[in-house]
Design a protein around this ligand. Structure first.
Ligand SMILES: Cc1cc2nc3c(=O)[nH]c(=O)nc-3n(C[C@H](O)[C@H](O)[C@H](O)COP(=O)(O)OP(=O)(O)OC[C@H]3O[C@@H](n4cnc5c(N)ncnc54)[C@H](O)[C@@H]3O)c2cc1C
Length: 408
């Protein structure tokens, strides 16, 4: 059977586009390489799906920011919430503007999209890994790894990025776009834990602390994030640290070294007054109540202070050293976790080859793309799904116009 539109990839953007296109009566097929659609969606927001962010603005995006800005203006977060409300998923936001389904279950977001597709007659072919796409006068033909073929008047590429291969990420989408004349920009992990040498963080694995983390590179402070920091075997995780991954990778790729400066005492405290108030407290317990115990001991060690000494014996310069470590402990950053652990891909198909108003290719008429396969990535906080939904809805409008204007 010939379809109006073949959607390559049944993830966030593919499912949203399918819902929108089928509402207008378009014969729509989703070609999904995995055994079921939307597996990654189930893992989003720790299983709760942070589906957009009411405070989203262009500076929350990287890569082709202008395209993100246009999508945000046309399909702002409140409008996306309206789409979900009509799909039967009312949403609620937390104090940071992060929007979740009222059920706080990612499964309900996926179910709503799936059920809508079923109700509107979208066909879904699973275990259909598209390996090739050709264009002829009659439209497009997608070929699967097992030889199956599907024809459609136009095609929407929604194959996602390279992050989290266990959830279906792979590179075929880029190859397909490249084969049809599109430039693919270098890709690297964004939103991933930072790697450090093992020594500075030895023994801290599993410790969580509230604080600020600043990325230093080339003698400059590039970005500061506040929030929970989670120490790992040889690295630092937690949302605040993971937000810095994109800039770490950018800097390292440009040959610049990186370090993270940690402020573990954002509330100003006088350590000399504390030493006077608690003179008998042994150094190993001196920071008890300010930072987690093992972290306090690691800082004492870094300050070169003997754990057995009473606080009353600490000299002003030792207390200053300790204060500097609490507010500016600096550890080298050697990289980030790879795509297997990352949440998002930076880079991808260049938006220079697409009309960002319709998401149609400028190289290959009738070909559209949306979501993470394109060169847009957002910060952590619902911004990436916001891009997936909004670019998909722009593409659906673009496809409708293309089909109405008499495509093959
Ligand atoms: C653990 C985790 C948590 C996250 N949490 C959040 C969050 O809370 N909020 C947020 O905004 N973002 C979050 N993200 C990011 C967000 O999930 C993605 O940016 C978003 O899913 C991208 O949507 P997409 O449609 O472009 O790609 P995807 O949702 O990845 O979908 C791509 C689909 O294409 C299929 N596919 C790939 N290649 C082929 C092929 N050759 N043939 C057929 N099918 C193919 C894949 O199997 C997949 O189903 C998270 C990511 C991860 C990994």
């Amino acid at each position: 059977m010939n379809y109006d539109i073949a959607i390559l990839g049944g993830g966030a953007s593919g499912l949203m586009a399918a819902c929108a296109l089928s509402e207008g009566g378009r014969r729509t097929v989703i070609l999904e390489k995995q055994g079921r659609v939307g597996r990654k969606l189930l893992s989003t927001g720790n299983g709760r799906c942070n589906l957009t962010n009411r405070s989203a603005k262009p500076s929350d995006y990287h890569g082709a920011r202008q395209a993100a800005q246009f999508a945000l203006k046309t399909w702002p977060p409140r409008r996306i919430e309206g789409v979900f409300a009509r799909l039967g998923v009312p949403c609620a936001a937390d104090e940071a503007g992060r929007v979740y389904p009222m059920s706080r279950q990612a499964a309900s977001v996926l179910d709503a999209l799936r059920l809508c597709c079923d109700e509107r007659g979208v066909e879904t072919l699973t275990d259909f890994c598209v390996t090739g796409l050709t264009r002829s006068k009659a439209g497009f033909e997608a070929v699967a790894a097992d030889g199956r073929r599907v024809r459609a008047r136009c095609t929407l590429v929604c194959t996602g990025g390279l992050a989290a291969p266990k959830l279906g990420a792979s590179g075929e989408g880029y190859k397909i776009l490249e084969s049809l004349g599109h430039a693919i920009l270098p890709r690297f992990p964004a939103i991933a834990a930072l790697k450090t040498p093992p020594e500075p963080v030895r023994g801290l694995k599993g410790i969580r602390a509230e604080g600020e983390i600043t990325l230093l590179s080339g003698g400059q402070a590039l970005r500061t994030e506040a929030g929970e920091l989670l120490f790992a075997e040889a690295g630092i995780s937690g949302i605040a640290a993971m937000q810095l991954a994109r800039q770490v990778n950018e800097a390292l790729r440009a040959g610049r070294s990186c370090a993270a400066r940690l402020n573990l005492m954002p509330e100003a405290l006088s350590l000399s007054e504390r030493a006077k108030a608690l003179p008998k407290r042994r150094a190993e317990d001196f920071l008890n109540g300010i930072v987690p115990k093992r972290l306090g001991q690691a800082l004492m060690k870094a300050a070169g202070i003997d754990m057995a000494r009473p606080a009353g014996s600490l000299t002003p310069s030792e207390l200053r050293r300790l204060h500097d470590l609490l507010t500016g402990w600096t550890v080298p950053v050697t990289g980030t976790q790879g795509f297997d652990q990352a949440q998002v891909t930076a880079g991808g198909a260049s938006l220079k080859d697409f009309d960002a108003r319709t998401m149609q290719s400028l190289r290959c008429p009738g070909l559209f793309a949306a979501g993470e396969v394109l060169d847009v990535d957002g910060d952590c906080g619902g911004f990436n799904l916001q891009w997936a939904w909004s670019s998909a809805l722009l593409a659906a409008e673009g496809i409708n116009a293309y089909l109405t204007e008499g495509a093959p």
